[in-house]
Design a binder for this molecule. Structure first.
Ligand SMILES: [Zn+2]
Length: 269
């Protein structure tokens, strides 16, 4: 993969992850010079190999929080990335829950270049990319989302969170917004529903919204169909992620511009 976003997994709850009805290996974001791995859940090594991703090329790993689906394979990924510490490299950006719960072993902490334990609303520069951490409201109180700024595009990732207007507003101006749309119906859990995703898209107005992190119930209702309905209602491009799905953020936005231009021309004639 040259550049773009690749979904190693799209599972969002244990009933799906446990049976691997969908994979759970996180998300790869690749730019010209850097490779980021977001939330390496169970199966990351396996799926990276299957989809042709070389984990040795990781520049940084972003761990949004300490739940199993988001960080289970972190030690295995560090081992693969650094050849068990023979070639120490890579940066990890995360919140304090990961260190408080000793999720990364002492040994694996020594294998990486830098472990950045941070909080929401911070900016971290990694090579020519800027990562901004965002607020989330989830059972792990230190959960955060991310905004990743490259010279060509801005990608947002909500991670697991309850809906609030303030949380949605953080993602204004994103080109691509990845939304962990876990539930079909109203829930007591601090996670997003389909209605919450609609509200977030209405406020953030990304060029493209990608739904992922699905529960069993949402899978039964066909995420592709849900995304299509949202797109009709919102007049925003919405797609449902699938395992192994690849999006090129640069050409995707170029395509959108082209479509708008064609529409405009049609209107004129
Ligand atoms: Zn969670």
């Amino acid at each position: 993969m040259k550049s773009g976003i690749l979904f190693l997994g799209t599972s969002g709850e244990i009933s799906v992850t446990g049976k691997q009805l969908r994979n759970s290996g996180g998300i790869i974001l690749k730019t010209k010079d850097c490779q980021f791995l977001i939330d390496p859940g169970p199966g990351t090594l396996n799926k990276a190999a299957e989809y042709g991703i070389n984990l040795r090329e990781n520049t940084a790993i972003l761990l949004s929080h300490s739940h199993m689906n988001h960080c289970n394979d972190i030690n295995a990924v560090i081992a693969a990335m650094t050849h068990n510490g023979l070639d120490p490299k890579g940066v990890i950006i995360t919140g304090p829950s990961i260190t408080e719960q000793n999720i990364i072993t002492q040994f694996h902490q020594k294998c990486i270049e830098r472990l950045i334990v941070t909080q929401p609303d911070k900016k971290i520069g990694i090579e020519n990319i800027e990562i901004q951490t965002t607020k989330a409201d989830h059972d792990d109180p230190h959960t955060m989302g991310f905004k990743i700024y490259s010279s060509k595009f801005l990608v947002g990732y909500t991670s697991d969170t309850k809906y609030s207007k303030e949380i949605a507003e953080q993602y204004k101006k994103t080109d691509i917004l990845i939304i962990n749309c876990v539930h079909l119906d109203k829930t007591k859990q601090k996670q997003l529903t389909v209605d919450d995703a609609v509200k977030i898209i209405q406020i953030a107005k990304p060029k493209l919204a990608i739904l992922t992190h699905f529960s069993k119930k949402i899978l039964a209702s066909e995420p592709i169909y849900i995304a299509r309905e949202m797109q009709k209602q919102l007049k925003t491009q919405v797609i449902a992620a699938e395992d192994g799905m690849h999006i090129d953020p640069v050409s995707y936005s170029a395509q959108l511009q082209q479509k708008t231009l064609n529409l405009y021309r049609k209107g004129k004639n």
